[in-house]
Structure formats: C-alpha cells, structure tokens
Design a protein around this ligand. Structure first.
Ligand code: 1HN
Length: 358
C-alpha cells in the first residue's frame, strides 16, 4: 500500500476479539479511528441555513403572550443549525438566538462565563446594562457583553424590541468552563454614567491609569450611526475586495484585537449588483443582513444551495464551505465567527477562488 491511499483493515476474528477485550479497559484502537479523526480537509456537521426574519418575528412575538421576559430569564428563540440538532449551536462554536423584550419588561441581571454580543434588529427605547453601565440600543448597533459581566435588559419604549444574541457558548462548553450566577435583585445598580465606556475608550484616548486586561474589551458599544459612516467613507475611497466587498472588523481599541477574544465581528458592504468570488475559511460564521437584498449561494452542482436574503435575515456559513454573494441592492452585512479563536491558535485558513476550478 502506498502512502496517501486509504487504509482498510482486513478484519480477523483475532483482531475483532482484541478490540472487544481492550474496550473493557476503556481503550480504543487508533488504527480504526484515525481516518475519521484526521480528514484531509475539514468535515463539519453544521449546514448552510438561512432564517427569514418575517416568519421568525411572528413566532417570536407569539411567545410574548405565553411567557414573560422575567419568567423566561431570557425570552430567546434559539437558531439551531439543522446539522447540529439538540446542541443549541448555529455553528460548531457559536450560539445564536433572537431575543424579544416587550415594553416595561426587565430581563433580570445575571452573569456567565460565555461572552455574548447583541446585534440590534428592531425597536426603539430599550437598553442593556453591562456591569452597571446603561447602553442605549438602536437598530444596527453592536454591543459586547464580555465574559462574567453582570447584565440586564430593559425597555422604556413602545412596541416589541428584538435583537440577535451570539455567544461563544459551544466553545466554552467544550472546555467545560461554564459558570452562571443570578444577581439577587432584578437589576444591577446603575453605577456608571450612560456611555461611560465610550468616552473613556472610544475616542482614541485611554485614562492614564488604564491597564488592559487583554481579555475584556472596555469599549462595549459600536453604534450603527458611526459604523455606517465608516462604510460610506470606504465606499468613496477603497478598492472593493472580490470576496468581501468592503469589510471592516470591530476591535477592542485598547489592544487592536477582536472585540471579543473568542469571537471576531465584522461589518461589510456589498455594492449594488456586486457578485463576489467564491470564498471559504475555517471559521464558522453567522451573518445578519442589515440592509439590502440579494442571494447567498453555497457549493455548486448537485450540492448547490441558494437562499435569497432581505433585511434582518440571519444565515449560517459553516467552516470551509464555499459561498458567494450576489447583491441585488447595496447590502450591509454584520457577521460573527470564531476566527479570533482560530487565529490565536494558529489554525485559521482561508481560500479564495473559483469553486468549479477546484
Ligand atoms: C443570555 O444570558 C442572554 O443575557 C442571551 O441576554 C442569550 C443564550 C444562552 C445563554 C445565556 C442575555 C443567552 C444567554
């Protein structure tokens, strides 16, 4: 047998008996397992999937008549990848869900070791408070809740308020290091002025006494108003990347690293009529459409799947899955992935090119 050929073992009664005997000692033969442990390229269980906001919204609003935010702790519909049933995961490493808060409701204060982000989809008048700092929420805003920070949510406005939650929960769960604690009161005391973190860390300065923790971004909110202007400026002056259009990453301004140590977050603009080149990377990604309509296509030939997208739709792009965009209208996409983790571990890879040619 030559190197590189698939190894197959001639089962013999002796070998079968040996396998049975060692199983009693909690031992297993690597020679039977190696082929599925080490594949030439990534093989993941998660599948490409898109959730249309319209249908989702209706189902989410229905839950408000059945359970309160306080009773539920968090009134969230989990976006569970069809390839990962029962895992509460949208990709191998990320949790995603849609959260609803109704006027007057409070989602009680708690903290947990998984880090979270909010990407706001709909409504006016709600806030989230992180370690006693009240952060107003508006559609398109991206807000960070670092690991082990107290957080509660409230809503003083009218009408439903909805956002996308993304957590590194499956990643943290794999390590075992899950911790969760409820605050004794509904709300954690308001102990800082609103937008305190923005004025301390978001204006290209830091207080002189600041010492970076390296793992918790002190900047908590990235309002869409500024994000959108940044994209608009790029549009005037930057070349369009053939795979990403115009794409920027949200960072912790005190370190230059990802806004959440385990989750990379991005905003990107695809110009009207833009058709991207095929692209794949090893990070599993959750996309949320902010503006525009178009198509996301996965694979080719008999494995080809495509979804039409519209504002507030959410879709999952699995690890190492070729995909490309066709934007009918100018499109803005928010995305979150485990690229930050993979890059820190020296694992992250990407491939650009024509799927058909590979
Ligand atoms: C959580 O604490 C929130 O704080 C949202 O809003 C979603 C999903 C799983 C576990 C905890 C929140 C969550 C969550």
């Amino acid at each position: 047998m030559r190197r590189g050929e698939k190894k197959t073992f001639q089962s013999t009664p002796e070998l079968d008996r040996y396998h049975e005997r060692i199983a009693a000692y909690h031992l297993a033969p690597l020679w039977q397992r190696l082929g599925s442990l080490l594949t030439p390229e990534p093989r993941v269980a998660s599948k490409p999937q898109l959730w249309h906001y319209d249908g989702l919204r209706e189902l989410l609003l229905e839950s408000a008549g059945l359970i309160s935010a306080e009773e539920a702790e968090r009134r969230v519909l989990i976006l569970e990848n069809p390839g990962l049933p029962g895992t509460s995961a949208i990709t191998e490493t990320l949790f995603a869900g849609l959260q609803l808060v109704m006027p007057g409701e409070i989602a009680p204060s708690h903290r947990h070791s998984p880090a979270a982000l909010r990407f706001i989809l709909e409504g006016e008048g709600a806030y989230t408070a992180v370690n006693g700092e009240k952060l107003p929420m508006h559609p398109g805003d991206f807000i960070v809740t670092p690991s082990w920070c107290w957080h509660d949510h409230g809503h003083h406005g009218s009408g439903p308020f909805v956002w996308l939650d993304v957590l590194d929960l499956p990643q943290v769960r794999n390590t075992g290091a899950i911790f969760f604690e409820e605050y004794p009161d509904l709300r954690y005391p308001e102990s800082r002025p609103p937008e305190d973190s923005f004025y301390r860390y978001g204006v290209n300065m830091v207080p002189v006494e600041h010492r970076t923790s390296g793992t918790k971004s002190p900047l908590l909110s990235y309002p869409y108003e500024r994000t959108r202007k940044a994209l608009e400026n790029l549009k005037q002056h930057s070349p369009i990347d053939p795979c990403h259009g115009l794409r920027m990453e949200f960072i912790d301004p005190t370190t230059g690293r990802a806004a959440i140590p385990t989750i990379s977050t991005f905003i990107q603009l695809l110009p009207t009529s833009f058709e991207s080149d095929d692209y794949r990377s090893t990070d599993g990604t959750v996309f949320c459409v902010v503006e525009g309509t178009g198509t996301i296509k996965f694979g080719s030939g008999s494995n080809h799947i495509e979804f039409r997208y519209a504002p507030r739709d959410i879709f999952a792009v699995p690890c190492w899955q070729f995909h490309r965009f066709a934007a009918d209208e100018e499109t803005v996409l928010f995305s979150a992935s485990d690229q930050a983790t993979q890059t820190q571990l020296g694992l992250w890879r990407e491939q650009r090119g024509d799927y058909a040619a590979i």
